[in-house]
Ligand binder design. Structure first.
Ligand SMILES: [Zn+2]
Length: 68
């Protein structure tokens, strides 16, 4: 369930709210001043680029000893 951020234009209060299917309507009341003048903020997800490079190094030395 995605969480959207809202900001109140009345008291400039930022709050997050779960965007449910039922609550797909616009117009979220501010939990602080109960004002309907709120605006939904656009939250941009930034995906961290990961360098893909698997370096596997492993040399196994087997010593063969022959005891006489
Ligand atoms: Zn408010």
């Amino acid at each position: 369930m995605p969480i959207y951020e809202y900001i109140c234009n009345s008291c400039r209060e930022k709050f997050s709210r779960l965007q449910s299917v039922r609550e797909s309507r616009e117009g979220i009341d501010c939990p602080k001043c109960s004002s309907g003048d709120t605006k939904k903020l656009i939250s941009s997800f930034c995906c961290s680029g990961g360098d893909s490079g698997l370096s596997s190094s492993g040399h196994s030395h087997s010593h063969g000893g022959g005891g006489g």
